[in-house]
Design a protein around this ligand. Structure first.
Ligand code: ZN
Length: 329
């Protein structure tokens, strides 16, 4: 019974702006995909939206919930695997009370698995994307925050409590930034090289009257500056913007050099919105890795930086994988 239909599970990816849910079969194919706005008003609506999205996507895929293996959820925060509690989700404080896994599981009648969004994206890329066939790899996600997933011997490495892979919060304070990061610590990579840092530095350039295209893109108003404008200006060879991007890429590369020194992965998969600017950010990252990692500098190893392949579906695919193959996770 039940084996007439191919096994499938639901993957959910909760982000700051979107909540995605998909029915994914055991071959890793998306049967049906649903995207709604993340309800960011209050905790109870977050919980309702989650359960609603699970029911909705199953219905639209014409699957009964009872025929599915389970629900995997990727969240922008830390889940303490030992206590089963959401510990810290700085960008979604209002979701803090949503994750009573037993309650959610009872409500949908299926086993529920949760991990951080970089970890589920890494599982997705490992299974169906740029990491296919790899045994040892690291994936980083570059965007509003900097995420990281670590795969060792084919399995996701999650640490003692499930909190490993905090690439954004390794310390690279050598270039003089002194404002604390969202996490409260001074000198974090994320504070200096993620999207908001690039936007902040672009704003500063406009405020201090530097000659830059960023000002034109922002209609002359510093508060309008986004990281996308800085990248667009850098792509048009604007010196001010290029220096900002170069600095961020260099710091990211220092972080990656540390990762290579510790893990010596086969490759590093780079995803997230900022990865889409391509060589603009990849070139300084690669250069900095080469100068700050002796394994690479001396050609003992080559560690390619490869672009993630699944885009914004990596999360739902990886989340579903947790439910389809819980023993492999
Ligand atoms: Zn930090």
């Amino acid at each position: 019974m039940g084996r007439l239909m191919q096994g499938a599970a639901i993957g959910v990816d909760i982000g700051g702006t979107n909540l995605r849910a998909a029915v994914v079969d055991e071959a890793g194919c998306i049967v049906h995909h649903l995207r709604t706005a993340s309800p960011i008003v209050d905790p109870s609506s977050g919980r309702q939206a989650l359960v609603q999205a699970v029911r909705e996507v199953a219905m639209q895929a014409q699957r009964r919930l009872a025929d599915l293996c389970g629900v995997g959820i990727g969240i922008p925060g830390w889940m303490d695997r030992v206590r089963g509690e959401l510990v810290f989700a700085p960008k979604m404080a209002h979701w803090q009370d949503v994750f009573d896994l037993e309650d959610i599981s009872r409500e949908v009648g299926l086993p529920v698995y949760v991990d951080s969004d970089p970890n589920v994206a890494t599982l997705g890329e490992l299974w169906m994307g740029a990491g296919r066939g790899s045994r040892n790899l690291v994936m980083i996600t570059l965007g509003t925050g900097l995420g990281c997933g670590i795969v060792i011997d084919g399995n996701l490495y999650v640490g003692a409590h499930g909190m490993s892979g905090e690439f954004g919060h390794i310390i690279v304070d050598s270039l003089g930034e002194d404002e604390p990061c969202d996490c409260g610590i001074v000198g974090c990579l994320e504070r200096q090289a993620a999207g908001p840092a690039i936007a902040r530095q672009g704003r500063k350039a406009v405020e201090q009257g530097d000659a830059t295209l960023i000002r034109d893109f922002a209609d002359g108003a510093a508060q309008n500056v986004t990281s996308a404008m800085v990248f667009a200006a850098a792509a048009r060879e604007d010196r001010v913007a290029q220096a900002i991007v170069q600095r961020a890429g260099t710091l990211l590369g220092y972080g990656l050099a540390t990762i290579v020194s510790l893990f010596e992965p086969e490759k590093i998969v780079v995803g997230g919105g900022m990865a889409d600017v391509g060589e603009l950010i990849f070139a300084p990252m690669r250069q900095a890795m080469k100068t700050r990692c002796y394994l690479i500098a001396r050609s003992y190893v080559t560690v390619p930086l490869v672009h993630a392949e699944l885009g914004d579906t990596a999360g739902v695919i990886g989340a579903a994988r947790m439910a389809l193959f819980p023993q492999a996770h």
